[in-house]
Design a protein. Sequence first.
Length: 442
Amino acid sequence: MNPPGLEDLLTCLRFPSVSTDSTRNADVRACGAWLLDKLRGMGLTGELHETPGHPVLLAKNKHVAGRRTVLLYGHYDVQPAEPLGEWKTPAFEPTIRDGRIYCRGATDNKGQLMAHVQGLAETMAKHADLPVNLTVLFEGEEEIGSPNLKPFLEKHRDELKCDVVAISDTGMVAPGVGTFTYGLRGIACLEAKVHGPSIDLHSGIFGGAIANPVTAVARLTAALHDAEGRVMIDGFYDGVQAIADWERKAWAELGDGDAEMLELTGSPALFGEPGYTERERRWARPTAEVNGIGGGYQGEGSKTVIGREAFVKLSFRLVPNQDPDAVLQKAEAHLRKHLPPGVRLEIIPGHTGMPYIMDPHSTLGTAAQRALKTVFGDKIALIREGGSIPIVQAFKDVLGVDTLLLGLALPDCQAHAPNENFPIANFEAGVRLNQALLAELA
Ligand code: BES
Ligand code: MN
């Protein structure tokens, strides 16, 4: 028998709400509209708010003076499903195998978002009301950096006033281990384009006399790190908050993560900044990553050509006390400094998001951990995460509140990758967690 709420989750998953793909705009909106209907059906009032991009869903119960106000945030947009050929079953047709739902968005973030919704529904069914003032904020642009949400927070500051934010959009360290995340990395993206000749050229006729943009992009890319994996951009590590002793200890107690990392990634070896464990590198150290690189001939066989331009797409993951805009400036200066002669460099800045950290031992942090213990048992993990949720620091800056990150994803849920999946057991645990959380926060 399917657990309550599962059918709704499957319906939500069938919307191909890919926020970065403009041909899917109507699907993103339809998913938001469906969610709004669902919440209205449960007795909440709310609407879809237009933005210059995808709509924001804002809904509430009847707020009563004297109760704590909790804002639940989630995102109903998803990453592109490509490469489609690597999916075992179609990317937007949720399919259940071995207790897991396979579909784009299953774990990131629809499975976790629908656990909020079903948790609310069950609490409301039992008590006719919620024990808190509830504000639901679901957006359709998280996967493109939430460009319109911070202005929305500023514009609706009064309506959004709350005591705390809760989000399920992070991970669990292992199945059945309640996990409280008190920090996220920030992000800053850019694309570097290198322009050479005004037209593609015969590499025999012209080669040797002019610079090749692909070579220049390769040199720039190689100049980002030293051979051991440290980022070489001047001032990149300035102000980076050191990892606290208690964190190093707590993370080490999770056991040696190296073997699991090798298994999960299929990489022949681990690699990264010397002096840190793999968890420290992922959760608390900044990085520079190449997300894509291109130029010249990509087809079958060889083609003797010098392409007129080449590109590299970079993202930097940032930790507390780094500022995304400052990092983009430093990165641009570094690329300009290392640009070989004979080409022109164009920098296209991309989206940014601030890093986040809170005190996990705060009153609200410990309340959330009690909720985790109710559902998962006493041994819970306190971690930071390497991924980014750009709006979280904005909740702090604009609304003045902390965010409780209560993730339900497992390390092998394959977020952003083919065959993304979410265990039904995690959905059910999430439904219980949301009810426990409301009770604890009340
Ligand atoms: N849910 C993730 C963020 C995440 C994943 C946090 C795993 C912690 C652990 C979120 O949907 C996401 O993918 N964010 C993007 C943001 C970016 C596109 C601005 C990310 O981290 O790449
Ligand atoms: Mn994501």
